[in-house]
Design a protein around this ligand. Structure first.
Ligand SMILES: [Zn+2]
Length: 356
């Protein structure tokens, strides 16, 4: 079983042991260098714990002094992460404050909006749309999104249109295969009303069938529940033509809600009670598993590439060089078309292309 190659900050920090341990072994979830705060930060060696503490404000430091001198306190753990989520929802509710919704690693912005709506306690989606987008007439998009320039203002300074597009949409799956000019236009599309997106990517009415529904991997969902307290919609599971999870090599399952039945402004939130979280799978149905898993992993790698790194111009140049190097060109411009086609097809198992 291949290891998960996710490199998100949260995953990385959990692996480093941040937010866990006791006494001298406790590691703060946040360190001073992680936060670009305007407040005064302090590092102090604790007497009780015997380790260095990280304080992001004078208030935190002063509270530390109180706990350090109190006989009732036996351990001090600052910058403690608030997992699982069920608890923080209750806390926010009791205090009458809004529960923050940061997108999770590889979460579609669509999914983060659905969670935001759920915690907000808003009775209609229109209220949520107004809060996030200052718009009542926004049409949800699963793969991309729109009005990002308004959205990032409401999300705070940690986000930009570019970071959302790169990390929380399936756009990087397409970016290397469109022109620089189109990349720029698409950036404008998501910043504003999003209308031109599908046309610009050439996927409206395209031949490759679009996925009908939202998909998930049982093992990813179980991991997410363990780490974050809830499952969410991963972008790498919604890609056209991809039927396996790149991390766990399990077939993706469709979430049992017909999104066409949802009202126009609806956002579906994954509810674990509706999901099949068993990680056992029948093997006989996986005819083209090997090649499909490879494709899923390659697709996931595409999602991680910085969105401005490639364009069709660069890709085209690279292909030309490769064609020349491998002797697929008859003259400077003419291609050995038939032979190349046969060589390409022979790389895949028989019948594979008919199936997809
Ligand atoms: Zn998975």
């Amino acid at each position: 079983m291949s290891k998960r190659t996710r490199t998100s900050k949260i995953d990385k920090w959990i692996k480093e042991g941040r937010g866990s341990g006791i006494g001298a072994d406790y590691k703060p979830w946040l360190n001073i260098q992680d936060v670009s705060s305007v407040g005064r930060s302090t590092r102090l060696k604790g007497i009780k714990t015997g380790r260095q503490h990280e304080f992001l404000s004078d208030l935190e430091r002063n509270y530390f002094y109180l706990t350090e001198y109190s006989d009732f306190v036996i351990d001090i753990r600052e910058q403690f992460p608030l997992f699982p989520l069920e608890d923080t929802i209750v806390i926010a509710d009791e205090l009458g404050i809004k529960h923050p919704t940061d997108p999770y690693p590889d979460e579609l912005i669509y999914s983060a909006i659905s969670r935001f709506h759920f915690y907000s306690g808003n009775t209609s989606f229109v209220e949520t749309l107004e809060e996030l987008f200052q718009s009542r007439s926004l049409v949800p998009s699963i793969e991309f999104g729109s009005h990002f320039s308004t959205l990032v203002q409401n999300l705070g300074s940690n986000y930009s249109v570019e970071s959302l597009l790169a990390q929380n949409t399936i756009y990087p799956y397409f970016a290397p295969f469109i022109t620089i000019e189109r990349q720029k236009k698409l950036f404008e599309d998501v910043s504003t009303n999003g209308q031109g997106i599908h046309g610009r990517l050439g996927i409206s009415g395209g031949k490759i069938s679009r996925k009908q529904g939202l998909f998930y991997c049982s093992k990813c969902a179980n991991n997410d529940i363990n780490i974050f307290g809830e499952p969410y919609v991963h972008r790498e599971h919604q890609l056209q033509g991809i039927e396996y999870c790149p991390h766990h090599e399990l077939t993706l399952k469709m979430y049992p809600v017909d999104y066409r039945e949802f009202s126009r402004n609806g956002y579906i939130r994954f509810d674990r009670r509706q999901m099949d979280l068993s990680e056992l799978q029948e093997i006989e149905s996986c005819e083209f598993k090997e090649v499909q898993v490879k494709l899923a992993k390659m697709a996931y790698r595409l999602l991680q590439i910085p969105i401005n790194q490639f364009s069709i111009e660069k890709v085209f140049k690279k292909y030309r060089t490769l064609l020349r190097e491998n002797n697929w060109l008859m003259t400077n411009t003419r291609l050995k078309r038939e032979e190349l086609f046969r060589a390409f097809i022979s790389k895949f198992p028989q019948g594979f292309f008919r199936k997809i």
